[in-house]
Design a protein around this ligand. Sequence first.
Ligand code: ACO
Length: 440
Amino acid sequence: MTANVTQLKSQNSATLTDNSSNKRIDFPMLEGSVGPKVIDIRKLYAETGHFTYDPGFTSTASCESKITYIDGDEGVLLYRGYPIEELAEHSDFSEVCYLLLKGELPSASEKRKFEHDITVHTMVHEQLTRFYQGFRRDAHPMAVLCGVVGALSAFYHDSLDISDARQRMIASHRLIAKLPTIAAMAYKYSVGQPFMYPRNDLNYAENFLYMTFGVPCEEYKVNKTVARALDKLFMLHADHEQNASTSTVRLAGSSGANPFACIAAGIATLWGPAHGGANEAVLQMLQEIGSKDRIPEFIRKVKAKEEGVRLMGFGHRVYKNYDPRAKVIQKSCHEVLGELGVKDEPLLEIAMELERIALQDDYFVQRKLYPNVDFYSGIIYKAMGFPTAMFTALFAVARTVGWIAQWNEMIEDPAQKIGRPRQLYTGHGRRAYVPLHRRG
Ligand code: ACO
């Protein structure tokens, strides 16, 4: 592994003029390896007594990172410098996990060792299986994941010391290895079938399919095309820079919280419909539209912003162009449906027609709204046999490696501090307490 030399260096500076005091203050500009320059405002409060105001972090870089790069205008996504399209075509999920965690693609022997390191952790502590009985059978898998992943902290005390690099790596391997087991168990519990122990002779995606759809009384034959498509979907979802769930993991981790607790926080954030929950929302939307002739009426409602109606699976905070992951998924969607003999899937037809209409409608064009990763993924998951409620859990399985790579990077960063944003306070100023009997 080559050492990553930090790319930050001061070039020009930015000058802020405070009109109230006529004071001019220079702030250094930092330059990354690619992407926009960044104004370093760390001294702003000390020098001016002012904060910046940036709800939603639309203009704020919260950290330095070497893991993932996105150029939203060009529709580019790189993992450690490698374009996502090339990885999706030629690589596999275990290699991508290694790349994200360690910074370089593995050699053949490094890959074998890494796969071994992961597979030895695929089982969960037997006592953890009893947690499931505490949930209702109709619990959402993401609710189960939040609880069970958080509970891992109560089982693996030998990998909680975040100051020990070896323990951090063991916790990372455990999380990557156990998430498919935990997610598959959430599904099994919901349908009343026995949990399936992992099979370490299968690869990551194959084993997940086996644990989800296999039953003890029958042999389960992995469909290679389906497994390869799932592996590809896992690669596409593995990391995505400082999105809401990753930023949550970093923020939780900045307090020194253990990795299992941090990933549980990431899972909770991913669940929201504006983030990972969108894949589930897309399918519900397509089902509600129901037929191609109802699309114009739906588009009208979206444009009228009726009751907050949005075209789910469209738009992205960073991509103002086609999400490169959506392109790969759209192609994969046709392959999987072909392999599974799903002819004329009506939801795919509705999705394609929606996309066609939206891409030429002024409302979407002007706002640069393009399909994102979630637009087609749900259709593939449905064809593979996953119930809609499992879609976001699949996202969580894939994103765990990104979260844990970002968490490790943060812990190792000497500039790391507890994350503590400030605020623009608009509430009451100081006032005297009014006793209950004097309140009107
Ligand atoms: N459908 C209709 N209009 C939209 C959509 C959409 N999907 N997305 C954005 N807009 C409109 C907004 O109404 C707004 O219009 P306005 O300027 O007239 O007020 C404008 O586009 C900008 O939208 P914002 O909400 O300010 O954009 P933001 O960057 O905050 O939101 C988000 C990004 C949350 C992804 C948004 O596009 C959205 O809700 N999309 C649908 C949900 C979705 O697919 N999420 C998955 C994202 S990818 C991921 O997390 C894996």
